[in-house]
Design a binder for this molecule. Structure first.
Ligand SMILES: *[C@@H]1O[C@H](CO)[C@@H](O)[C@H](O)[C@H]1NC(C)=O
Ligand SMILES: *[C@@H]1O[C@H](CO)[C@@H](O)[C@H](O)[C@H]1NC(C)=O
Ligand SMILES: *[C@@H]1O[C@H](CO)[C@@H](O)[C@H](O)[C@H]1NC(C)=O
Ligand SMILES: *[C@@H]1O[C@H](CO)[C@@H](O)[C@H](O)[C@H]1NC(C)=O
Ligand SMILES: *[C@@H]1O[C@H](CO)[C@@H](O)[C@H](O)[C@H]1NC(C)=O
Ligand SMILES: *[C@@H]1O[C@H](CO)[C@@H](O)[C@H](O)[C@H]1NC(C)=O
Ligand SMILES: *[C@@H]1O[C@H](CO)[C@@H](O)[C@H](O)[C@H]1NC(C)=O
Ligand SMILES: *[C@@H]1O[C@H](CO)[C@@H](O)[C@H](O)[C@H]1NC(C)=O
Ligand SMILES: *[C@@H]1O[C@H](CO)[C@@H](O)[C@H](O)[C@H]1NC(C)=O
Length: 808
């Protein structure tokens, strides 16, 4: 079949003739023989095909359009959804006056465009996937399949209203994989109030996109420009509709409302072997319409995902505490129009706009107007002058990590006062609750450090460390003499090299008294100043935890930047888990301890040490194992120190390792403790599966461990992920729990990921209920876009090992 196709196509294009079998070119005129079973239309560029098909395991036939060159048959449109053909004798016939009809073998009309009075009509399948019927001298459009979508929107197709033609186009799901008749889900433009797309299950609202805010829908923050798609929203006299374009002709795109009510956007790039999921809605509990009731706000936090908007309290506190949120929230203090004020809620999905109205006002004008109209409950402004105002309850509000919209909510003056006062109170409470334990901890640490220092100093003398007293005082860490290091490492002999990174080699060394050390010699072209180097070293030296590798000294003589660490006998974790034979040394119990050990070390870095430290380059090769196989986190070369209340930071120099980096860090340089959590999640999955996350290749951006794990998880087969080397040593429920925690850590949204505190709790207590993970990053949207647009192969290899101390 495939072999015949091309010559036919070429022949047809050259001759304009109509072949008798197989395909009949891209168009049909009343004279030509009808489309019948085994005879199809193919668009000029060979992208789409129109013909008869049998969906799934159905016995019945349907007339439809699908992607011609994609093996996994992807039907994008069906003509006779409700009226299947029972046999293979159906025919699509175009009458002289332009009525396109699908007839059964018995001559029964199954479907018809019901068009007439056309002069020399032509039916043509375009490369966009649109089947168009034109006629007359100026080829007027009589009918097109894009006006009658089934479950799929293609590039160039509109969802919404065309006022001129009085047309409402929307998607309806298939009933099942083998039944394309309309199912219960639909995705429609809702024009009451301010327009938004709404996903319905029958008459029940399941999800809404939120209003269009210029860059995208308010409830879909990752519609930002991405190099693959361009999203369009039109609201003028001629229509109100949503559409998308594909920016690169080598890319195919579609968005489909599947039979389970998920609206999923897919892309197909050259060389792909399957459709790649770009994003889907609804995703997670917060996407469920009004999941927190009226005036509630949904956030993906761990203790509870529903809160009341500030100034509101649960209507039924008892039910609320039982996580029954449907009653929603009511005002804490009633409004008194003249004295009310507004409170900002940031990063929101704007509330349901069913009863809202839009006007043309600037932010100030909008605020004044809302303040002066007592029934105006909230307002928001976007695109400078689009002012939305809400009346009545605020429904279906959620918070996004990367949401951009700001909602101003009307509150009674007294409520605002107490909120403003509250934040002060909260802060002091927080400070007290943080400083108290930290204070105690600090005291203990200080004693420990002093004691260690004393001990080390005396030892140092004994061991002739030849440290310089004054500088040492400043550093609180022994300064090694370069000669000592040279002697210990056999003058940096190649034979002593035990590791190599982008920063320079690591040597094994032995001090005169037999103590073994690991010497990290940083490359000289590091641009970091001496002072910064020392600051960093000093901070790291203060970190004392059994799951962190201990820094025992440094050396800065002769322009050298040398770090001296305790030497660990065993290799790094990756040398075990990815190795067939050594992998067997780590049974389930050991792996469990390793995972909890790493979590403990990380928890210390993030929460328990005096400073909040973000490691930024966590990976299995940076986890060293001691004699008892206890994990120790090493390599703080990339660590960043945060103030305790600092949440995230932005850097222009992304350092880390591809495959372990969270999407927001790899792509936007934003890092926070949640980027470490992400890397931790990747490690958990690696440790359990014995597979590397980095088997990712640019040509197959979606073939990686996370995707694999996610797929198995979704299919309820997550135990399949477990390393064969573990044999039957594990408990199913526990390993499932660990996989779930791993998946929670690698979720795309950094807000959705747990903190290390949460993680530690979830790992150590079986009583903690785990939320369902949402799709991991590097499987979806932004990750994939990035693979496409900026992370090219070169950058990936560069990122592989880069560690810049200079970034501190
Ligand atoms: C198909 O179309 C041709 C040309 O318009 C017409 O002559 C013929 O009767 C049609 N066949 C059927 C089964 O309607
Ligand atoms: C188109 O054809 C169908 C089937 O023959 C018929 O039922 C319908 O009335 C026709 N419509 C027009 C406008 O001719
Ligand atoms: C076809 O069009 C005619 C005339 O407009 C209308 O009466 C008839 O209901 C239509 N049939 C279908 C199947 O839409
Ligand atoms: C409405 O917008 C669409 C797309 O931006 C444009 O093609 C059309 O001409 C506009 N119609 C009016 C009446 O402005
Ligand atoms: C489209 O994608 C191809 C394949 O990756 C690439 O070579 C080409 O430069 C892209 N074209 C545009 C206009 O971006
Ligand atoms: C509303 O505020 C005004 C001015 O402060 C005050 O006089 C009035 O009593 C208040 N009304 C209510 C119902 O609290
Ligand atoms: C819209 O207003 C109607 C009538 O007041 C009310 O029943 C409904 O709950 C409101 N819906 C939303 C989403 O605000
Ligand atoms: C909104 O108002 C501004 C100035 O008042 C005006 O220039 C602009 O055209 C208006 N936009 C719309 C959509 O009416
Ligand atoms: C407040 O706004 C609503 C809705 O736009 C309107 O019906 C009402 O008349 C306004 N009230 C005042 C006092 O302006």
């Amino acid at each position: 079949m495939e072999i015949i196709v091309m010559p036919f196509l070429v022949f047809f294009l050259l001759q304009g003739a109509v072949p008798v079998h197989g395909q009949t070119g891209d168009r049909v005129t009343p004279g030509s023989s009808p489309i019948a079973d085994g005879r199809s239309l193919v668009s000029a560029g060979g992208i789409f095909e129109l013909g008869f098909f049998v969906p799934g395991d159905a016995k019945k036939r349907f007339l439809g359009i699908w992607f011609k060159n994609i093996k996994e048959k992807t039907v994008v449109w069906v003509a006779n959804r409700d009226a299947p053909l029972e046999d293979d004798r159906g025919a699509l016939n175009l009458t002289d006056d332009g009525n396109l009809t699908l007839l059964s073998g018995a001559g029964v009309v199954l479907w018809s465009t019901n068009t007439s009075n056309a002069i020399s009509p032509v039916l043509q399948l375009l490369d966009s996937g649109n089947l168009v019927l034109t006629g007359g001298a100026s080829n007027n459009l009589l009918w097109q399949s894009f006006d009658h979508p089934t479950d799929t929107i293609l590039a160039g197709m509109n969802i919404g209203f065309d006022y001129g033609r009085n047309l409402d186009t929307y998607l309806t799901s298939w009933k099942s994989d083998s039944d394309p008749s309309p199912g219960e889900y639909s995705y429609k433009m809702e024009t009451r109030g301010v327009a938004q797309l709404v996903l319905w299950k029958g008459a029940t609202e399941m999800y809404r996109s939120g209003p269009w805010t210029g860059k995208g829908f308010s409830g879909r923050p990752n519609m930002s420009p991405n190099g693959l798609f361009n999203f369009q929203y039109t609201d003028n006299q001629s229509g109100l509709y949503y559409a998308f374009q594909v920016l690169n002709a080598t890319v195919l795109g579609r968005a489909t409302l599947d039979r389970n009510g998920r609206f999923q956007r897919f892309v197909w790039t050259e060389g792909s072997s399957e459709w790649n999921l770009f994003w889907e809605v609804p995703e997670g509990q917060c996407d469920q319409y009004a999941s927190c009731g009226v005036n509630g706000i949904c956030t993906m936090l761990y203790s509870s995902s529903c809160n009341c908007l500030e100034g509101f309290v649960p209507k039924s506190p008892a039910e609320w505490s039982l996580r029954q949120y449907s009653d929603g929230c009511v005002r804490g203090t009633p409004l008194n129009c003249s004295t009310d004020g507004f409170r900002q809620v940031q990063n929101v999905k704007l509330p349901d706009t069913l009863n809202a109205s839009a006007t043309n006002r600037t932010l100030d004008e909008c605020g004044d107007w809302c303040r002066n109209n007592c029934s105006c409950i909230a307002y928001a402004v976007f695109e400078q002058s689009r002012c939305l105002t809400w009346f009545g309850d605020l429904v279906d509000v959620r918070i996004f990590a990367d949401g951009e919209d700001v909602l101003h909510v009307r509150l009674a003056a007294s409520e605002l006062e107490s909120l403003n006062g509250d934040s002060g109170k909260k802060k002091t409470m927080k400070i007290v609750s943080i400083t108290l334990p930290i204070g105690i901890l600090l005291l203990v640490c200080l004693c420990l450090v002093l004691w260690l220092k004393c001990r080390r100093r005396t030892q140092g003398k004994r061991k002739s460390f030849q440290s310089k007293r004054d500088e040492e005082d400043e550093l609180e860490l022994p300064l090694f003499d370069i000669l000592t290091i040279r002697t210990a490492t056999n003058d940096f002999s190649n034979e002593n090299i035990i590791g190599e990174g982008g920063f320079g080699p690591v040597y094994k060394g032995q001090l005169e008294d037999g103590v073994e050390i690991a010497v990290k010699r940083l490359s000289r072209d590091s641009v970091q100043g001496l002072r910064e180097f020392k600051t960093e070293v000093m901070l790291i030296a203060k970190l004392q935890h059994k799951n962190l590798v201990r820094l025992i000294g440094c050396c800065t003589e002769e322009d050298e930047r040398i770090l001296v660490y305790e030497y660990l006998n065993n290799k790094s974790l990756d040398a075990f888990i990815f190795d067939k034979t050594r992998g067997g040394l780590l049974d389930w119990q050991k792996r469990l301890e390793i995972i909890t050990g790493i979590a403990r070390g990380l928890l210390y870095l993030h929460h328990d040490s005096r400073l909040k430290i973000i490691h930024r380059d966590l990976k299995t090769s940076n986890i060293l194992l001691d004699n008892e196989m206890n994990p120790k986190i090493s390599d703080f070369g990339t660590a960043r120190i945060f103030n305790v209340d600092q949440i995230e930071e932005n850097t222009t120099r992304v350092v880390g390792t591809y495959g372990y980096m969270s999407p927001e860090y790899a792509m936007e340089g934003i890092f926070s403790e949640k980027s470490d959590v992400f890397s931790f999640g990747v490690m958990v999955l690696e440790i359990l599966s014995g597979k590397r996350s980095r088997t990712v290749s640019p040509s197959e951006p979606c073939k990686n461990l996370l995707q694999h794990a996610w797929r198995l998880w979704k299919e309820g087969r997550c135990l399949k992920l477990v390393d064969d080397a573990l044999e039957d040593s594990y408990s199913n429920s526990k390993v499932t729990r660990f996989i779930q925690v791993g998946l929670l850590c690698v979720q795309e949204g950094s807000d959705d990921r747990p903190t290390m505190e949460d993680v530690f709790l979830m790992l150590s207590s079986e009583d903690v209920m785990l939320p369902q993970p949402s799709r991991p990053a590097f499987y979806t949207a932004s990750a994939f876009q990035k693979d496409w647009t900026s992370i090219n192969a070169i950058r990936i290899t560069k990122l592989e090992e880069v560690i810049h101390l200079s970034d501190i």
